[in-house]
Design a protein around this ligand. Structure first.
Ligand SMILES: Nc1ncnc2c1ncn2[C@@H]1O[C@H](COP(=O)(O)OP(=O)(O)OP(=O)(O)O)[C@@H](O)[C@H]1O
Ligand SMILES: [Mg+2]
Length: 249
């Protein structure tokens, strides 16, 4: 059984088709880079899998079930623009929210919850910020808070939409190390990412998307010049300049 099975998903906004006929079998214990240009439908794919938007056609199963049956096992960190960062709550409270799916109604927070939250704060290097209001933090600090919350949920499947945007290199390394560790423990991660030069190192699987699925599977097999060109088209010259892919002559 695949961890996530996407069968023929198509999505439109106001009758404009943005994803067409996507098929995916996501396998457990892997870290997938979801890659494609702006507007390719990466965030939309996440939202469709998560049941946050209704596809025009197709079917998604997560752990063999409808997403509504397995929400506790799934964590989603949206793209920064999609989140209201100004709501009044402390860093500690927000990270603790990661524990709520594990609690019965009215159950109080216990020592185990506190230990898990404190560990996540330490892992993300934001222990010293825990009493601060989320709205007062820098962009990169906020991003670390939301990753820490995701870690506390002890989910099996992680959807992270551009987790490295606005974070410094040290934080990025800290986060990717954590994500690779989760994959090695059998968790499944999908990560939207724009930096093609680090994708090889970060992800063992790649989903290359531009409204249609260009290719997906092992990073080596998918990340070819031909596939990248199919996804990015004319922007490819920029990739030549970065030295990511060799020039044809
Ligand atoms: N709520 C919405 N209403 C109408 N159109 C939308 C909506 N959300 C996204 N779109 C459109 O759907 C297409 C895919 O958007 P999506 O956000 O999935 O792309 P993306 O690959 O995540 O891009 P980016 O790299 O910029 O985050 C775009 O053309 C976008 O303008
Ligand atoms: Mg997006």
């Amino acid at each position: 059984m695949s961890t996530i099975s996407v069968k023929g998903i198509s999505v439109s906004y106001d009758k404009k088709r943005v994803l067409t006929n996507i098929f995916l079998d996501i396998e457990e214990g892997n870290i997938y880079g979801v890659i494609g240009p702006n507007g390719a439908g990466k965030s939309t794919l996440f939202k469709a899998i998560l049941g946050l938007i209704d596809p025009d056609a197709g079917e998604v199963k997560v752990l063999g079930k409808d997403i509504s049956k397995v929400r506790k096992k799934v964590v989603y960190v949206p793209q920064r623009d999609d989140v209201d960062w100004q709501f009044p709550a402390t860093v500690y409270d927000i990270v603790m929210m990661g524990r709520y799916p594990h609690k019965k109604i009215f159950a109080s927070i216990n020592q185990k919850d506190k230990d898990i939250v404190n560990q996540a704060l330490k892992d993300m290097g934001i222990d010293h910020l825990k009493e601060r209001q989320i709205g007062e933090l820098s962009g990169g600090q906020q991003q670390r808070v939301f990753i820490a919350r995701a870690l506390c949920q002890e989910a099996d499947i992680f959807f992270l939409d551009e987790p490295f945007v606005g974070v410094d290199m040290t934080t990025e390394e800290r986060i990717i190390t954590m994500l690779k560790k989760l994959a090695s423990e059998g968790k499944t991660l999908l990560v939207v990412h724009h930096d093609l030069s680090s994708a090889n190192d970060y992800f063992n699987k790649i989903i290359l998307l531009n409204q249609r699925l260009i290719a997906y599977g092992d990073t080596k097999a998918v990340f070819t010049q031909e596939n990248i060109q199919k996804a990015y088209g004319p922007q490819l010259t920029i990739l030549h300049k970065t030295g990511l892919i060799g020039s044809k002559d």
